[in-house]
Write a protein that binds this ligand. Structure first.
Ligand code: GAP
Length: 547
């Protein structure tokens, strides 16, 4: 039932996004282009506000972080050096009956979730004990984890009941199978053992959700980069890629920025921009797109200080999310078991979407991998001279800095924001059925800050309303509406998240006061026109999020 409600809620958010001009399918009149979306008039505003929140928090609030805007096209050697040409792959498998293609690890993850769903039958105490045990197992070395697999796969189990009381639970045999599969899948992914992934899909009887059969092809790697041709390049190197991450534009400009900005380590370079990935499985609306936007920051540190800064950014980034007032239970960290080719530690910040906890942002400790690779492939030194003194009183000298990356998907953040804000309220009383749809957006993110309504279209009220609008529009994005009854106008602004509606009535002409209606409480108060800018300004100020 909960699942159905979640599905329904997600569908409602998608149709709301379209109905009110937030997100449209790309090329809709031609039946759309799969996993590509356009932002409409209100979506563009909300997206810009999320960008501003990130840019202010990361760049303007940090004296040692600067922002750039690098090109989407980069020299093809960049992607050789970064490892994307050889290693940016997804393990894919096809079902021969439905002809549908899946990511092998996602099929297995769904199976693990299905087996773990039996945990709901555990007592809450035993569930917590199992989760502790699970973390213990996943924290072991590869050999240590592998050693446990036979006991998890053994139907009768050999775990000591006194130490692990949850083994008496009726659902334990499913849960331990889930744990066995989780361990086996992680190990297969880590060693890139595609044969083993296929064996797991077969052994655990994973079936295609469409054909319901287990008639699978072998697992193969698919590169996710889009390529195109560049006319004027030298012979043999005319294939260029659309960047799959914005990060590389930062790495190749590391010395340009460091030198021209006289940056001293530790320092960061940030940017917001488009990235492109030929996702084979693109789904869940703007969650996984082929063209999307990233907000990334690379923080350059002394070798050996990477762990400290990794922890710092992990905490700082979650704080950024939490400042929006989201229920803390909706967020969690997820440490990576399978690390990307460039990382020595990685954590996802996950949000509980209606379809489960999913990654919104990654924090990666990328070591000196990227700069060293670019140094090797370009033949240009990517080193920094650190004249601070170490513990022995000598300068740290020349080194290739280590890097901590924070990388958040703008479109995912947009989706999270819409889902989190969307509320359908029943306002019925004994006498009257009533409801409203509300976007409870943080005022700083709301597309419109103020809606200005003359109560009627006559008696000089529109002129007075225009006067107010003209005074406010320099500081706030405002909308003017005089059509429909006032109640209807309020509801429309609730649905797009406008925090304040200002109504101009006959009294306004006499005493220069108006009513201001607050979106969330629906309360109205009479205030002086002269105070409006201050009231609105305080509520929508970036200070409410950044201070
Ligand atoms: N530079 C590191 C990097 O690109 P990633 O985990 O592949 O790391 C970072 O991507 C973030 O970009 C993700 O957390 C996600 O929010 C977003 N992202 C990745 N692929 C996406 C896609 N196909 N559609 C929308 N957002 C995506």
């Amino acid at each position: 039932m909960a699942q159905k409600n979640n599905d329904e809620q997600f569908k409602n958010v998608i149709s709301h996004a379209k109905e009110y001009g937030f997100v449209f399918q790309s090329s809709e009149i031609y039946d759309g282009l799969s996993a590509v979306y356009d932002y409409g008039q209100l979506g563009a505003e909300l997206k810009n506000n999320i960008k501003t929140y990130w840019w202010k928090a990361m760049v303007q609030m940090h004296e040692n972080i600067v922002g750039i805007d690098s090109a989407i096209f980069m020299h093809p050697k960049v992607w050789k050096a970064s490892g994307h040409v050889d290693g940016f792959n997804d393990p894919m498998i096809d079902n021969k009956d439905s002809k549908k293609r899946y990511r092998a690890d996602q099929l297995l993850e769904n199976k693990i979730d299905e087996l773990y769903s039996e945990l709901n039958n555990f007592s809450s105490e035993n569930k917590a004990k199992f989760e502790e045990f699970q973390q213990e197992i996943l924290g072991l070395s590869d050999e240590g984890q592998a050693a446990w697999i036979p006991s998890f796969k053994d139907e009768d189990g050999i775990l000591d009941n006194a130490k692990y009381p949850f083994v008496d639970e009726a659902s334990w045999r499913f849960v331990k199978k889930g744990l066995a599969l989780e361990v086996e899948m992680n190990l297969a992914l880590k060693s890139e053992n595609l044969g083993q992934l296929k064996d797991l899909i077969v052994d655990y009887k994973v079936i295609c959700p469409i054909s319901k059969t287990s008639n699978w092809t072998d697992v193969r790697q698919f590169n996710l980069m889009f390529s195109t041709q560049f006319g004027a390049m030298a012979e043999g190197s005319d294939e260029v890629y659309l960047r799959p991450e914005t990060a590389q534009g930062i790495f190749v400009n590391f010395l340009n920025v460091q030198k021209s900005g006289r940056m001293k380590i530790p320092f960061g370079i940030a940017q917001i921009g488009k990235a492109f990935r030929n996702e084979v499985i693109a789904r869940q609306f703007i969650m996984r797109m082929r063209e999307f936007e990233q907000m990334e920051m690379q923080f350059f540190v002394r070798p050996g200080e990477d762990k400290k800064w990794f922890e710092y950014w992990k905490e700082a980034r979650l704080k950024w999310h939490m400042a929006l007032g989201t229920n803390p239970e909706k967020y969690r960290y997820h440490d990576h078991v399978k690390l990307a080719h460039y990382a020595n530690a990685a954590t996802d910040i996950e949000f509980e979407f209606p379809f489960g906890f999913k990654e919104v942002e990654g924090i990666h400790s990328r070591t000196d991998f990227d700069l060293t690779q670019h140094q090797e492939f370009s033949g240009k030194k990517m080193q920094y001279f650190d004249n601070d003194l170490n513990e022995e009183g000598k300068p740290y000298g020349n080194y290739v800095p280590y890097v901590i990356e924070t990388s958040i998907g703008l479109d995912r953040m947009f989706l999270l924001t819409m889902i989190n804000a969307f509320e359908e309220q029943d306002l019925s009383t004994d006498d009257k059925q009533d409801s409203r749809t509300l976007l409870r957006l943080h005022p700083a993110l709301a597309p419109y800050k103020v809606a200005v309504f003359p109560l009627t279209k006559k008696d000089g009220l529109p002129e007075k309303a225009r006067e107010i609008m003209d005074a406010l529009k320099f500081d706030f994005n405002c909308i003017y509406e005089e059509k429909d009854a006032i109640g209807k106008r309020y509801r429309r602004q609730d649905a797009v998240g406008t925090p304040f509606c200002i109504t101009i009535d006959h009294q306004s002409l006499e005493d220069n006061t108006v009513t201001i209606r607050h979106r969330d409480s629906m309360e109205q108060e009479r205030v002086a026109i002269a105070d409006l800018a201050d009231i609105v300004g305080k509520a929508v100020s970036w200070k409410t999020l950044l201070a």
